[in-house]
Design a protein around this ligand. Structure first.
Ligand code: C2O
Ligand code: CU
Ligand code: CU
Length: 485
């Protein structure tokens, strides 16, 4: 399986030393595929996010979101990432099944990329779908200041839709000067819902109306690149169909309870038939946080007559070459998430003064690995904080090539989008009920007290991160390492 995981070279280049790269691409290759060469640079920039002041951000190639990288399934790519940030960085290719050395976790899979250095990432994306890229160093601040972009791997044959749209949804905490508010790593927030901001952008701008035409069929790729904001989207007057989760095709199905849950790092591909009336507007709203609902954007129909009167049947995306886990033979593991503020602490002013770390009922089973008191969460009693570090013992060794069934228990009062690097997993069951529609994911959202079962074939060796993608939770202990040997 996945012989295209083979990896020839990697390593650092000095910034500006693009000679080697251009020489490598010139000799004609025997294979039919050509190697795509892409360079991106991480650097400070100023952009118009809110339409008012220019906001100082950290960006890939000066853009928020970063450039949308479009690759072809099975086509090798070489990304040279240049660091002009003024601090160490790396790039993680979220959701792409690639060799461990290309996974972008500093200290675990590569040394950090230092200022004015570059790193060459080489891989061949095995799966078509909607993925993304972001740093894995000083993650709270680097992601929170804007370093993120979409990575789209195209199917070999075009999918029959009228338009393919990408909405990168991102949450920011903007202060009165129109700048990104300081105060990353607030421990009170880390023990609660994380750094949820006050401004949501769509493709890097406060959303305007989205122009559509009646009778159009749109593939809408949604990516939540927020640090912490979970979204629950409702589409007034429309019946979107989910055709892929985290890049992986599923059986086409409608939204559960009419809303689309989209936690940080999650992607959903929707098929949306524009069955509204010409000239009308339809709201898309987000009401995840109680009492804090808002209108994200509107579908604004042109006055043109419908493009077609009868919509064709829903489409199904072609399958990706995922190894199917053998459930009967699978090895079983459990992951128990604990910590954070308890729900009973949230009422009656009990939060005043004491801070996160005091008090009885707040944390259970914190291990001794955290250091410096920065852990407020744990997985199986241990806490890996910050961005991880070399030398942390993996929580489990997973036998390479075997199927593994992992039960994740959320024993906290908070929601967690739990992400595994390097693999797409099947989402089998939630709270004892089978999950329908053949769902695969790399990030699964757990409500408080949820118990979710996932399974995957550990076909790729190495040390792989598993963490909550609410970034404050990740850096405050909701992170661990699984080793495939
Ligand atoms: Cu997008 Cu370690 O994650
Ligand atoms: Cu990832
Ligand atoms: Cu979390």
């Amino acid at each position: 399986m996945h012989s295209n995981f083979s990896i020839s070279r990697r390593g650092f280049l000095r910034a500006g030393a693009c000679l080697a790269a251009s020489m490598l691409s010139s000799p004609r290759r025997a294979s039919a595929s050509t190697v795509r060469e892409i360079r991106i640079a991480a650097a400070p920039a100023a952009v118009s996010l809110t339409g008012k002041a220019d906001t100082e951000v950290w960006a890939y190639d000066g853009q928020i979101p970063g450039p949308t990288l479009r690759l072809r399934q099975g086509e090798p790519v070489r990304f040279t990432v240049e660091n002009r940030l003024g601090q160490d960085t790396t790039v993680h290719w979220h959701g792409i099944r690639l060799p461990n050395a290309m996974d972008g976790v500093p200290g675990l899979t590569q040394p950090p990329i230092r200022l004015d250095e570059s790193f060459l990432y080489e891989f061949t994306p095995p799966d078509a779908g909607t993925f993304w890229y972001h740093p894995h160093a000083n993650s709270l601040e680097q992601l929170g200041r804007g370093l993120a972009g979409a990575l789209i791997v195209e199917e070999p044959e075009p999918v029959p839709v009228d338009r393919d749209l990408l909405w990168v949804l991102s949450d920011w905490r903007i202060n009165e000067e129109g700048q990104i508010a300081a105060g990353f790593g607030n421990m009170m927030e880390a023990g609660m819902s994380g750094r949820v901001g006050n401004t949501v952008t769509l493709n890097g701008a406060v959303p305007a109306n989205q122009a559509v035409r009646a009778g159009e069929r749109i593939r809408l790729r949604l990516l939540n690149s927020s640090l912490a904001r979970i979204m629950a989207l409702r589409f007034e007057g429309h019946v979107p169909v989910i055709i892929a989760r985290d890049g992986q095709p599923c059986d086409p199905h409608a939204l559960e309870d009419g809303r689309l849950l989209l936690g940080p790092a999650m992607r959903i591909d929707l098929l949306v038939d524009m069955q509204g009336e010409p000239g009308r507007r339809y709201r898309i709203t987000d009401d995840f946080y109680q009492g804090l609902g808002y209108e994200l954007t509107r579908l604004a129909y042109s006055g043109e007559p419908p493009l077609r009167t009868k919509m064709p049947d829903p489409i199904r995306l072609p399958p990706n070459p995922l190894p199917e886990p053998e459930l009967a033979a699978a090895e079983r593991r459990e992951l128990t998430l604990e910590g954070g503020m308890m729900s009973r602490m949230m009422g009656g002013g009990m939060m005043s003064g004491g801070g996160m770390m005091g008090g009885g009922g707040m944390m259970h089973g914190m291990g001794g690995m955290s250091g410096m008191g920065r852990a407020v969460w744990s997985i199986n009693g241990t806490s890996m904080t910050g961005d991880g570090h070399a030398g942390m013992a993996p929580l489990f060794n997973l036998a390479r090539g075997k199927s593994h069934l992992v039960t994740i228990r959320n024993r906290t009062a908070w929601w967690h989008p739990i992400h595994l690097h390097g693999f797409s997993f099947r989402v089998l069951a939630r709270n004892g009920a089978a999950v329908p529609h053949n769902q695969w994911a790399d990030t699964v959202l757990l409500a408080p007290e949820d118990v979710v079962e996932i399974a995957f074939v550990a076909d790729s060796p190495g040390d792989w991160m598993l963490h909550c993608h609410v970034t404050d939770h990740q850096t405050a202990g909701l992170m661990t390492v699984l080793r495939v040997v």
